[in-house]
Design a protein around this ligand. Sequence first.
Ligand code: FAD
Length: 549
Amino acid sequence: MAEVEREAMEYDVVIVGAGPAGLSAAIRLKQLDSDLNVVVLEKGSEVGAHILSGAVLDPSGLDALLPDWRDMGAPIKTPVVEDNFYMLGEGGQVRIPNWPMPPLMNNHGNYIVSMANVCRWMAEVAEGLGVEIFPGMSCSELVYGDAGEVKGVVAGVMGLAADGTPGPNYEPGMELHGKYVFLSEGVRGSLAKEVIAKYDLSSGHEPQKFGLGMKEIWEIDPEKHKLGTVTHTMGWPLGSNAGGGSFIYHIEGNQVYVGFVVHLNYQNPHLYPYMEFQRFKHHPMVAELLKGGKRVAYGARAISEGGYQSMPKMVAPGVALLGCSVGMVNVPRIKGNHNAMLSGKAAAEAAFAAIGAGRSSDELADYETDVRGGAIGADLKKVRNVKPLWSKFGLVASLMGGGLDMWANTLGFSLFGTLSHGKTDAAATGKAADFAPINYPRPDGVLSFDRLTNVAFSFTNHEESQPPHLKLKDASIPISVNLPEYAEPAQRYCPAGVYEVVAEDGKDPRFVINFQNCVHCKTCDIKDPSQNINWTTPQGGDGPNYPNM
Ligand SMILES: Cc1cc2nc3c(=O)[nH]c(=O)nc-3n(C[C@H](O)[C@H](O)[C@H](O)COP(=O)(O)OP(=O)(O)OC[C@H]3O[C@@H](n4cnc5c(N)ncnc54)[C@H](O)[C@@H]3O)c2cc1C
């Protein structure tokens, strides 16, 4: 395609992604100087459309950003009143008492929220301060300056035909230039991935680790609903096949968030994370809660799990990585929203100081110092060994060793120093021949659902005439390598049924990509054992349309 001519707009700070990190950065910039020009670009059809989180919110991030949030009409109404933790077996459960848990695991003072709604509210606050927010704008490319610095992004390319050439409704999009560009794309950001590779930001750090989080919203029998109750489980059905666990949060409107996380470092390529989630709902304790209720929404998203030792360098010339584009989830607490907010605030403060000093397009080193040395670093450092212990020694050892280490860290020392994660999740995948296939029960259509039925409840929509946004580096690998060696795990790890191997009589098998189903979880980009799938942004406004996730 010939060189595309685009209009360019100049800003002080260009922010990619209207999640808690990006919106916090925008709010803080305008609090510091209302004359700064700040723009936020969001690929979802509206702010919140792509936000999928538990969520139990630790309000420390919001307290720092908007100390008066309790008087500002925030959709944060449900304090946690009860906190339960169970170890599940197939037919029963054992409650783990709260007293041996380190204090950091306590949910007292936290809130059960829809983060999608919290982000919608934060966007209103930001707009009230004069931030420009453009939903439906995918940022598909980075713009580099002459010295190799990140100068801006290309956003709003629409109407490409399936072969990538301009279609009848083609819009070339525009360039948005900033003195600084903040990438707050969340976990496995596509532009962040490019920046990390280009500037070698992971060098000297552990590989990032991930889980796949799947979630349904259920409306349940009011008699069974216990507003403010938080339940976490581990154990069945995953057993020794994979790390992970579940969460059940009772929020307003007789709704419960039922979620399941599978750590993506599992070895057995026959594992089917979506089916593990469906099976989980048939546990007697969970089935009893959901019986008579109905599932009203479904979604999935990867969650970063590498923590402290996996955070890459987060600044390069002209650009800073925020929130889960760095990976700031406290794994045992399953909480990252507070750190995402704190990182947005820290990045904004560093950019404000730099711009005030007449600087632009350089490295915001003060931001990185703040993250590693401040509240975020302190939060993540205490729990840094939980995930590696779990990966190496399994659930029970990690509960005991990780628990003791969290206690020790609370007192200011560690039993293990800093443990390493070792392999990437893709490299952890074993060969199909070395593992037994797993037989999953068929969904019953009442408590459990087949994947495509559930995807309809993510309200996902993609313009079908555009090029697939899931790009294979080598189109032959799924059938020539992944199928014989790994039984092509994309068929199973994708929680939206995007990938199929179609075997018709008398014909060679074909790899089919149903990109229209994609819920933007990024699992394929992470888990493909050949690292052959590149998740790129589809045109703006496409993807899931989550209600109150
Ligand atoms: C199942 C699950 C449960 C969780 N539970 C909790 C919990 O209970 N409590 C908690 O604190 N944390 C929880 N987390 C973690 C939490 O979701 C993350 O830490 C948090 O979302 C990180 O915020 P962020 O702003 O960095 O990214 P995100 O919230 O992911 O926001 C990124 C935004 O950027 C947009 N975007 C991405 N790329 C582009 C692009 N190229 N162009 C334009 N827009 C783009 C996305 O559409 C999205 O709106 C959970 C995560 C999962 C997956």
